[in-house]
Ligand binder design. Sequence first.
Ligand code: M6R
Length: 612
Amino acid sequence: MCGIVGYIGKRDAYPILIKGLHRLEYRGYDSAGVALINPQQVLNVYKSQGKVSALEDTARSQDLTGSIGIAHTRWATHGIPNHTNAHPQVSQNGRIAIVHNGIIENYAELKANLLKQGVHFNSDTDTEVIAQQIAYIQEVEHLTMVEAVRRTLQQAVGSYAICVLDNAMPDTIVAARKGSPLVVGVGDDEYFLGSDASPIIEYTQRIIYLEDGEMVVLHKGQKPQISDLEGHERPYSIQHITMTVDDLEKGGYPHFMLKEICEQPQSLAACMRSRLVENEICLPEVDKDIDMWLNARRIIITACGTSLYAGMAGKYAIEELAHIPVETDYASEFRYRHPVIQKGDIVIAISQSGETADTLAAIDQAKQNGAKVVSICNVIGSSIPRASDSVIYTMVGPEIGVASTKAFTAQVTVLMMIAILLGYRKGVITESRYRSLVNELQALPQKASEIIKRENTIRDMAQAISFAPNVLYIGRGYNYPTALEGALKLKEISYIHAEGYPAAEMKHGPIALISQDMPVVAIATDSPIYDKLVSNIQEIRARQGHVMAIVTEGDKKVSQMADKTVCIPATAECLSPLLAIIPLQLLSYHVACLKGCNVDQPRNLAKSVTVE
Ligand code: M6R
């Protein structure tokens, strides 16, 4: 939700800021802007509605000089996405420019006070209130920018990551965070700021992670000063990150989403690499607390969107293989519904970005109630792992397409490894079942690459679906979560209404919807309840429904009934969601392309949902 980038050093700031905004565009893309202080100490601000490329058009032929600047790409919360509401927001005295990610909840109250003092506002944003408040405090109380920012943030309620410029201090950027991410890149006599490391790694891999409630002062020629909002300085360590620029490029693919789908053979292998050692599952993050896991009374999995669907697949496996009761809950519900958490409960929080506001709040809630929180996360050093008691990283590298793909398969893989390991250690599954499941895990990357080769068949299926106004996805057992995830993939990038259903629930209502205009995607892979699903498909066919099916190689029954089928290689039932989802990801990708939709940046969405 909004991307922030900042630079202070010896180089021209503008090209660094623009490149950084392009890297962060996945976080929001309804308007963009940049503020620079030129060598004559003039604050130049350029903004534009729409994408970063529109900002570049606006800024072309303007004064773009200056080696200090801040920039922003927006996902609107307060105020419609137009030029006025775009960031940076500037104080009425023209001194302070600020970019902000988050929501200032008491902005109306702060604004009312400032209005009484005669401050005029231009925009509808909560961010302008912060810019005006900093400038007002500076003037009235004769404070430096650093002190005025500190005082303003002490009064602000809500979440923020901000970067602030003051044209009276042309060698300083002040930045702060609470509830929204912000990292500092440390170069040679230069510093970078980013909502994540992606706008920074081209220049340095040395990163400082700001903690919640901290401010950093970046001053040319001096070391960063990090302090809390009371002004207490803290020592910090610089961390080395391994992400490379190649991880952030499309690598010849037309879209990040397609790249990320197609790299799943490699990402699955990367996720399992250090965790399948000499044919054993090796999860030190679980082993270090093995008694806690083996004696768990209950596991609660909480997450949002795709990550929750991964958790649902995990529930099936942990209950079947390890006999531990598992509940799954939307983080946004969990945080407010007063869940009963008891001693011996483990909460697993799942998040690709590690920044999802509701998941973070759910972790807080769980910890306050005494639960141990283990997170499964992709972005190293992000807020969710840092708020958890321990973390298992999915290790699949940056996921940039807004539609989550390789993160989902990695999350499910980690959950399956946990379930298989616990099942074996608890003696619920036999040695030979354990060995066979480990072999199946090892075979997944190869099987995933066989599915990707079937892209043409899937494109053909996409043709048949692309004109439908609605699509139903059905599955049972382990592949009920796959149906939910397949439907989410379709709706979020192609804007076709889609719903996932447990197949047997059809006759309790949704079957009334079936007609020739409502295709059904059935996940009908091998399982002990395959024949039940065959009957469910018969019922749809009997009502003239068109069926597109995902089946296991060698399938006979469903293949004869369905209008179109895609085969996936056979695997253990609990691992089948990992393969069955791949054709569904490709299906939604090709439908979106056929419809001319913006695959990587679907309307109204952003990759990280850092606000409630
Ligand atoms: O970063 P997270 O995994 O916490 O994000 C959760 C959801 O916002 C995310 O999975 C969302 O549903 C995806 N865009 C779906 O493709």
